[in-house]
Design a protein around this ligand. Structure first.
Ligand code: UDP
Length: 351
């Protein structure tokens, strides 16, 4: 097991921290917080394939051991069930912080815990980065732009976020985490990388997490009604998981750390009716649309400006929505043939 890091207390702002005896001849030891979740498990896959030792830390609140089961055979993969709101002491070279429920029904289920995960979780992992002299990645979010009044959203846009609503626990938590990353870099010299991740989809999304792509596919495969919230004309831009992970790794590995957050997402924008039509086409489902109330503070439009990622990381998504949905539908067909499950409605999930 990994050995403990010198991390019994929060470092003072002037403290001179030292790396803890890492040798250059061994493989990199990488901690992935939230590693059993949808994004995190795909990241663990890629890090193992690249020859790293991976320590997956996850509370299993929304993640699942099923997502990482296949990695134990590699011999380089460890799993620790742990909630990042409690400090963690492990010697690592790199840290990826993806620990937080990301689906609106899930993060609204226990909003105070969501804020703690974003804020205290970030502090604990940043303190670990200081103790270990480790580089650290933060999974930030397009939610920092709120219901944006600038379209598409460049990193320079400060956003339009309601601090006093059901999405605030996540939006403000993630904004505060960015602030913490800024200050730990400025005050402790931590090498920080921040991606603002836009809607991402693909295999291993939980069929029950209530997000639009998983809901529509599961509803279509069951022949159930497709739940359109509001008029369905609100837009999102959907990035396939493999493209996203490629961007995350490029951001973590680019030699010169970008000065601030970098948007990662697919810049092709769809409204939700278009998404639903595409899912019906791909599944051949007879499902019909039903309208449900629009959740409070649901952003009207969202599309990343990815000029910065293109320039700094030479990155651009390559998988079209049609192609990515085909792969995702195939995943859910396999899942659902193994177990009968029902999509989670926003109203049910938060009640
Ligand atoms: N949505 C919907 N039907 C669903 C689930 C979500 O119409 O069954 C809408 C939701 O109101 C939002 C968009 O789809 O406008 C994306 O929602 P999601 O929960 O996937 O993520 P968000 O981008 O809002 O964080």
């Amino acid at each position: 097991m990994p050995k403990a890091c010198n991390h019994n207390r929060e470092p003072s702002l002037n403290e001179d921290t030292k790396p803890l005896g890492r040798s250059s001849d061994r493989r990199r030891r990488v901690l992935v917080a939230g590693g059993a979740g949808f994004l995190g498990s795909h990241l663990c896959d890629r890090l193992i394939t690249l020859g790293n030792e991976v320590i997956c830390v996850d509370s299993l609140l929304t993640g699942s051991v099923k997502n990482i089961d296949h990695l134990f055979d590699s011999g380089n993969f460890h799993f620790i069930q742990h909630d990042v709101i409690d400090p963690i002491k492990i010697e690592v070279d790199e840290i990826y912080n993806l620990a937080c429920a990301a689906s609106p029904p899930r993060y609204q289920n226990d909003p105070v815990h969501t804020t703690k995960t974003c804020v205290i979780g970030a502090i604990n992992l940043l303190n670990l980065a200081v103790s270990c002299n480790a580089k650290i990645f933060q999974a930030s979010t397009s939610e920092v732009y709120g219901d944006p009044q600038v379209h598409p959203q460049p990193e320079s846009y400060w956003g339009n976020v309601n601090s006093f609503g059901p999405r605030a626990c996540y939006d403000e938590g993630k904004r505060c985490a960015e602030t913490l990353f800024f200050d730990y870099h400025a005050r402790h010299g931590v090498d920080t990388r921040i991606a603002r991740i836009f809607n991402t989809y693909g295999p291993r999304m939980s069929p029950q997490d209530g997000r639009v792509v998983s809901n529509f596919i599961v509803q279509a495969l069951h022949g159930d009604d497709i739940t359109i919230y509001g008029d369905g004309l609100q837009t999102r831009s959907f990035c396939y998981i493999d493209d996203l992970i490629d961007g995350v790794l490029r951001l973590m590995n680019v030699s010169e750390a970008p000065a601030g957050p970098v948007n990662l997402g697919n810049p092709v924008e769809f409204n939700l009716r278009e998404l639903a039509e595409l899912v019906l086409d791909l599944t051949g489902s007879p499902s019909r649309f039903v309208q449900r109330p629009l959740p409070v503070d649901d952003p009207r439009q969202r599309r990343p400006d990815i000029a910065l990622a293109e320039r700094l990381l030479d990155w651009r998504p390559g998988v079209s929505l049609q192609e990515g949905l085909q792969r995702t539908v195939a995943h859910f067909e396999r899942e659902l043939s193994q177990r009968r499950t029902a999509p989670l409605d926003m109203a049910e999930a938060v009640s």
